[in-house]
Ligand binder design. Structure first.
Ligand SMILES: [Fe+2]
Length: 306
């Protein structure tokens, strides 16, 4: 296994215009649990070991405030902080003790495109975690829209130490551990959030979890199906604020011996968008939502704290 400075994707921060509604959706429908409150921020955990996978902030509109990763040492934070400026990004806050409930130390940067990323070390984890059927276990991956996918891909590889696992015509799949991808970059003509995927314990949980979301009035926007790169099962939904969120499972596990493929390999037979050939075409609503959510400005009040 490659020696990755970043060991995992951990959590995301959403800014939402109706905090109570967001909390209710992610708790009662999506299947997370409130684990902490700090000021006005609500922290929700999944069933896995991460302190939280989602932090909800009151915000004027639906925006991503940050995506968090865990690094293997504090030295890695220093190296990222040094490299980010030279690569055209920006240090928002140097490595500091984290005042939020997950603790440890945290470094906050903006990539050249304005993606706000946080890097944690020594953050709290649960030792007594236990997976639960049909409930999310952890974050699986973030999919980011890119105006210049090759430049963004270079930043993730050169500055953050990710490895390119596969490259389809429209997407670059990047890994930082044995999961086939933790970050996916989409060639979209804009910079922003495409979607966030939550890992389910297994395929049955994707199905049962999806049933729970449909029962709550949120139809599947794309899926259920099995993706090409990563071979993972997927079901996509749109949350009450327009964030596209995915249940996934069975993500391909890879190591240094994995043979990466390019766009000429990742081609679907006509009419197909998944391995099984059962996923109906993606709805127009989801296509639109996948381009609609941006990151908060790195200099805005909400994004600049901590
Ligand atoms: Fe995905």
């Amino acid at each position: 296994m490659g020696d990755f400075p970043i060991t995992a994707i951990r959590s995301v921060e959403f800014g939402v215009p109706d905090l109570a509604r967001a909390e209710a959706f992610y708790k009662e429908t999506w299947g997370l649990r409130v684990c902490a409150r700090y000021g006005e921020v609500v922290y929700l955990r999944a069933t896995g070991s991460d302190h939280h996978v989602l932090a909800l902030h009151p915000h004027s509109s639906a925006e991503v405030l940050s995506v968090s990763f865990r690094v293997k040492s504090e030295e890695c934070l220093g190296r990222i902080a040094e490299a980010v400026g030279q690569a055209g990004g920006r240090l928002i806050a140097p490595t500091l003790s984290n005042p939020e409930p997950d603790g440890g130390v945290v470094l906050k940067i903006a990539t050249p495109e304005g993606f706000i990323l946080r890097f944690h070390h020594g953050d709290a984890i649960y030792h007594d975690w236990k997976e639960q059927a049909s409930m999310p276990l952890r974050i699986s991956h973030v999919n980011l829209n890119c105006n210049n996918i090759e430049a963004t891909s270079r930043f993730f590889q050169d500055v953050l130490g990710f490895a390119l696992t596969d490259r389809s015509r429209a997407m670059a799949f990047l890994r930082c551990n044995s999961d086939h991808h933790a970050v996916v970059l989409a060639d979209s003509g804009v910079d922003g959030l495409n979607h966030i995927a939550f890992m389910m314990p297994e395929w049955e949980s994707v199905m049962r979890g999806s049933g729970r979301i449909i029962d709550a009035g949120f139809p599947i926007g794309w899926g259920v199906g099995r993706h090409g790169p990563g071979n993972n099962i997927f079901a996509y939904f749109i949350d009450p604020f327009g964030f596209v969120i995915e249940f996934t499972a069975e993500v391909l596990q890879v190591d240094d011996g994995y043979v990466s493929h390019g766009p000429e390999y990742w081609v679907w037979p006509r009419g197909r968008t998944d391995h099984w050939g059962i996923a109906p075409p993606k709805t127009e609503n989801v296509k639109k939502a996948q381009l609609a959510i941006r990151f908060a400005s790195p200099i805005s009040k909400d994004a600049a704290q901590g």
